[in-house]
Every structure is written in C-alpha cells, then in structure tokens.
Ligand binder design. Sequence first.
Ligand SMILES: [Zn+2]
Length: 300
Amino acid sequence: MEARSQLRHRPVLRSFPPQYIMHLLRCPFAGRCYKRRVPELPEVETVVRSVAPRLTGRRIVRAQFSSHHVVPGSFKRLASRVEGQTVHGVTRHGKFIVVELDRGNLIIHLGMTGRLLFDAVPGPHTRAIFELDEGTLLYDDPRQFGRIEWAPELPARVARLGPDALGIAEADFLGLLAKRRARMKPLFMDQSFLRGMGNIYSDEALFQAAIHPRAIAARLSPERGRRLYRAMIDVLQAAIESKGSSISNYVDAEGRSGSFQHQHQVYGREGETCNRCGGTIRRVVLGGRGTHYCPKCQRP
Ligand SMILES: [Zn+2]
C-alpha cells in the first residue's frame, strides 16, 4: 500500500521545476505547501463562510478517504475520529479550515487545488467523502497538495503561525514591522510573521501602499507602516467581498468562483500599464516568488 502511494507521488512532483521540489523539501508546512497560485486568506475565508452555515450542526455519519497524499495516516483511524461527531463550527486559522467537532478538530488545508463541495457527484479527483445526516460534503483535489487531518487541539505547526492578517491590530502590526529587518514581500510570505497573506494580496497591498516589495520592514516610517496596514486590510476585505480571486480551479462550496482577479492592480499584470501612473508593471523574483510592482509608484 505504502509502495503504491510512493509510486503515485512521482508524476505529481515531476511536473514541477527542481527549485520547486527543493522548496517542498524545506517547507515548514510538512512539504504540503506550494509555491504557486494557491488559495490565500480571502479564498479560504470565502470557503469557510460558504461551508459554515451548511456544515454547522450536522453530524458526520460516514467518512471515506482515498488519498494518502491528502490523509497522511490511516484512513480508518481518521474515519473513526470523525464518524458520529457533530460539527459545532467552521473557522479559519490563516489558510487552514478548522471544523470543530464534539471531540477535537478536523483540519483542512486546500493546498493548491483542493475544493469542498456540497452534494456534488464524486469524480476521479474526489479524495474524501463526508456523508452527513443531511447531505454530503466532498473534498476534490486534482494535485493532492491539500491535507485533511484530525487533532485534539490545533497541531503545533498550525498553532505557531503568526497573528491573522485580517485580525491583527494596527499597533501590533507596526510593532512586528519594527522588529524585522527583512524585505517586505518575503516577510509577507512568511507565515510566522502573519498568517494568511500570500503572493497575490502581498503584491496588491504593497502597490496600494506605494511601498516597494524590497523595502526593509524595520526602516518603514510609522506613517508608511500605517498606510501598509490599511492597504493590507482593504485589499483582503475587498477580495473577500468579491469571493476571492479565481485562479487555478478555486471555487467556494457552492461551486461559485471569485471575481477579485478583475481588480488586480499589479498581480499577473507584467508589462501592462499601471492604472495609477501610466508606467509599466514589472515582475521580479523575490524570495523565490514572482513579485509584481510598479517601479514608478512604489518606493523602497
Ligand atoms: Zn505606477
């Protein structure tokens, strides 16, 4: 069984460049992270908001799993943890979805291509089926970088993430910036600094605040730090209102896609015209990540 799952893993990894595989080996998210377009805070928040009303109060009657990439341990053990349990709430912790049960939590990370769908027909990419006392919840994931696990509390690697990007107070954000000598873009990507920020919303927040992605956090004036805080919150809230950015195959639990990608000012707009100054949007690789910015509008 183990050998078979190893064999199935190879084609998944082969489709990525070597530096991506190196990242997977070093990644703090137990190699289940991704360096590509993935659901970020607004997408996960959108999924949580669409799942919570339908899942809360439901009892999980039966759970079936079919991928050891997504469910690392024994399928039987995970099923026995969740079967018969009632869902008390669904919340977001950074980019993790936390389903609170009578006993412990079911923790879901969507990885790159994970989707939670209600009452959908199981397909070739269905990795988990939760039969509920009313309806069915499916977990679909073509690339299988997502993860489903059970834990009595939040697992240590999830709990030790930094404060939530949407929940942090301005003064605390400024305090964190003052302590870090890192460049802003890689710092935003560091989940131990803030949890939930990712590539798209880091680029968009830095553009809105007119701060260069290479700017050193500790050197930002308090005024620019406050502007960055407001930009980050504004960008995240606007994205949640648009149900996130539909990139890759992200959809919410009703199968609806988001529309924030139409409001991107810099992300994915390399070579296009800056809406603010008429200059040209540039893309550079910073901390291993494609970074989009306007060299005229954004100052170090
Ligand atoms: Zn510009």
